[in-house]
Design a protein. Structure first.
Length: 765
């Protein structure tokens, strides 16, 4: 204050009243926003909270499902459905499969190849014996005696030949159409015999014996019949069925058949409302109760937590890598984590509600999976695309699909549906200049979701039944076309305010020149207001030329000088001819007043809830440039007093320097607008030369070192300025019927007026 003449401002200087303060409710909202910004800075808290939330949403509750008393004949009070996928022991199918295995086992037969040798051993060695095996007719012994040993020799041959065959008691007991296993008595060997044509029964063996006996030489027919009957009585089976071994093998094979289970998918109706409980229903319900979790499973909990931790970790890493590039969202990881958590919670809540509603719905709406498609899952990607950008939203879609797959019982089909609709949402939105853009995007998402569901149903069940497939497609369309826009419209303003993100809709709201802050600016500082409008026009044209955000540049220009409402008469655009309060102040005090409008502008902006990106423009459009007019004035005063010259750093704006292309555009637009007013004969070449001087001075002063503005961008910006200035300061024709007396004198008076005229880019803006 020592630089003020007479100890302060001159007595005749009029200091206008303070601008109207922000309403109390708005100030409370601003304080709340400050607390939220503080909370958003602690990313580790958001990471832990996200992991805990996702584990809670994906973890099954540790209590079992109960169904009350179970007895046959009980009438169901409501539909009873399987709360999760259940495997039920199928005893009927298991018994059938085991019986099939038993029937596939070959019957075991034992072949005693020593039967013929034993019978032959019982015959006399030589000559007729007094006793013959069996109970022969008495005449048989006489026949053998008369044969002088030849008959006995023939008998031995017949016994040896016939009893070497495989003989069963009855052929009709042999299995038809399949093999038998023949084991040799007393030996480990066995063979599978499929051709059973050579096996004969007792009757066939006896017939062959009698036939062979009729051919014995040296005896008559009656004697041959007697011998044949005797030999037939000696024939016995040598191939017998081993029931014990066969059953043992059947039992072994049957035991190897595993117990079969039937799968009851989640949502399967076990019994309809009003129908009685049957034994089969009770068996299925008991299986559900047995499978229902009844205790704490730390292993499963560890698995869910580990998978969730990986997802959150990589989401944090991605956000950390991109948060420097994406200035639009200041707290990218909390933003993505909150979006993911909210949509997962919405999905889990809708899933629980669907499980209740589906009990009272009829076919084809009685499947929970059908109603899942009504959930507006794709709203997450659309919200991220609106508030961040397409690249961030695409990556978010991958994480959201994985989370939804876990939440919805690890359902791969639903995860693919979520992924397809998320990616559709990313590219369905072009520009968001009106609320109808959400509805248009929703229609695209709805059609894409219906098509995706049709493809998944074709893969899973071949459109069978078609009623269910049609219901799936209709619900998928409704979820995308109606549910997604509604949820995004609800969440969008919340996310805009919490994270201070500017959307085109918010910018359009701020562009209303009738709002309280701009109305005060127009009333208290009309020159600054007019200056802001023109700067907005220049900045908008420049932004369009290099692909920056033109709407943001135009709107931010309206607010970049709101701090001048504090002391408007100290800025030349608000001064009347002949009145300049800086003439009575020391240069250092003038510089202090000029720089103070930045602080006041930030304070007013925060009090009125302006978004942070717009507030950033207020100090950055000046950067750290030197206020040359007051610096030169101080140098002249120091030279006249014989003191050391002042430091230029004492006359610099506090900064910071522009950190974005938009902020750099503002610095140039502000300077160009001020300097263009001094061009006596406005032509394109003069404007172009003026713009190049201003840009060169800013570059040499290092004002653009922290933004990614290129020389190519500067060329495009310069041409955009030239076109815009040409349309504003063009030549006008004279009106011969009107005489403006004294106009030349007034122009000359303004030209001779002392004080900080805006004749260069670094004057008092």
């Amino acid at each position: 204050m020592d630089d003020l003449p007479s100890g302060g401002l001159p007595k005749d200087s009029s200091i206008p009243a303070e601008p109207a303060p922000a309403p109390r409710s708005l100030r409370g909202a601003v304080r709340l926003r400050g607390l939220i910004d503080l909370a958003l800075r602690h990313e580790w808290v958001w990471a832990v909270a996200t992991v805990l939330l996702l584990v809670l949403l994906t973890w099954r509750p540790p209590w079992g499902k109960t169904f009350g008393d179970l007895f046959e004949g009980r009438i169901a009070e409501s539909d009873v459905t399987a709360p999760f996928d259940v495997e039920i022991r199928d005893d009927v199918r298991t018994a059938e499969r085991r019986e099939q295995a038993r029937r596939a086992v070959d019957d075991i037969y034992v072949f005693d190849d020593k039967v013929g040798a034993r019978v032959e051993r019982d015959l006399p060695d030589s000559g007729p014996a007094s006793a013959l095996p069996g109970s022969p007719d008495p005449s048989v012994a006489a026949i053998l005696r008369r044969g002088h040993g030849e008959v006995l020799k023939a008998v031995r041959g017949i016994v040896r030949t016939i009893l070497s065959e495989q003989i069963v008691a009855r052929r009709d007991t042999l299995p038809q159409g399949r093999a038998i296993t023949v084991r040799y008595l007393g030996q480990p060997d066995e063979v599978s015999l499929r051709d059973q044509s050579r096996i004969i029964d007792i009757e066939e063996a006896q017939r062959r014996v009698r036939e062979a006996a009729s051919g014995i030489a040296g005896i008559d027919t009656a004697s041959a019949d007697a011998v044949g009957n005797w030999l037939a009585s000696l024939v016995q089976p040598n191939l017998t069925y081993d029931m014990g071994e066969t059953r043992r093998r059947m039992d072994d094979v049957a035991r190897q058949v595993p117990v079969l289970y039937s799968r009851l998918p989640k949502g399967t109706v076990l019994v309809r409302k009003g129908q009685p409980y049957t034994s089969d229903v009770i068996r299925e319900i008991q299986a559900v109760q047995h499978s229902s979790p009844r205790g704490f499973d730390p292993t499963a909990l560890f698995g869910v937590a580990l998978v969730t931790l990986f997802l959150v970790f990589f989401l944090w890493r991605y956000a950390s890598d991109w948060k420097r590039e994406l200035r639009r969202v200041r707290h990218l990881f909390p933003f993505l984590a909150l979006a993911l958590g909210i949509h997962a919670a919405v999905g889990r809540g809708a899933m629980a509600l669907i499980e209740v509603l589906v009990k009272n719905l009829e076919f084809p709406f009685d499947r929970p999976e059908t109603l899942w498609y009504l959930i507006p899952a794709a709203s997450g990607a659309l919200l991220v695309a609106l508030l961040a950008n397409d690249r961030i939203a695409t990556v978010y879609a991958m994480f959201a699909s994985a989370v939804f797959a876990i939440v919805f019982d690890w359902n791969l089909s639903y995860a693919l549906f979520v992924l397809i609709t998320h990616l559709t949402a990313v590219y369905a939105l072009s520009k968001y200049h009106s609320r109808t853009a959400l509805m248009r995007s929703g229609l695209v998402i709805g059609f894409a979701g219906a098509a995706a569901v049709a493809g998944l149903d074709a893969i899973n069940n071949g459109f069978n039944p078609w009623q269910v497939c049609l219901a799936d497609a209709v619900f998928a369309f409704l979820g995308g076309a109606v549910g997604v826009p509604l949820l995004v419209a609800f969440l969008l303003p919340i996310f805009e305010w919490v994270f201070g993100i500017l959307t085109d809709i918010r910018l359009l709201e701020l562009s209303n020149l009738d709002n309280a802050l701009l109305s005060q600016l127009a009333l208290r500082a009309p020159g600054s207001y007019n200056h802001s409008i023109i700067v907005g026009t220049l900045a908008e044209a420049a932004a369009e030329s290099i692909g920056a955000n033109p709407l943001f540049c135009r709107v931010a220009a309206y607010y970049h000088d709101i701090g001048k409402m504090k002391m408007p008469e100290y800025y030349i655009e608000n001064q009347r001819p002949g009145e300049n309060p800086h003439d009575r102040l020391a240069p250092s005090m003038s510089a202090l007043i000029i720089t103070n409008h930045v602080k006041e502008g930030l304070k007013m902006g925060r009090d009125h809830g302006l978004p942070e990106p717009i507030l950033d423009i207020i100090p950055q459009h000046h950067g750290t440039r030197v206020m040359t007019y007051f610096y030169e004035k101080a140098k002249a005063a120091a030279a006249a007093a014989g003191t050391a010259p002042p430091s230029p750093d004492d006359f610099r704006h506090p900064g910071p320097k522009p950190s974005s292309k938009e902020a750099a555009i503002f610095m140039l637009s502000d300077s160009v607008e001020a300097a263009a007013r001094t061009v006596a004969e406005p032509t394109d070449e003069r404007f172009r030369d003026l713009i190049r001087q201003i840009a060169s001075r800013a570059i040499l002063d290092g004002q653009f070192d922290q933004c990614d503005l290129t020389f190519r961008d500067l060329d495009h910006i310069s041409e955009a300025f030239v076109r815009t200035l040409g349309s504003i300061y063009h030549h006008r024709i004279d009106y011969p019927t009107f005489i403006f007396e004294g106009s030349t004198g007034r122009r000359a008076a303004r030209a001779e007026q002392p004080g900080p005229r805006r004749t260069r880019s670094d004057g008092p803006a």
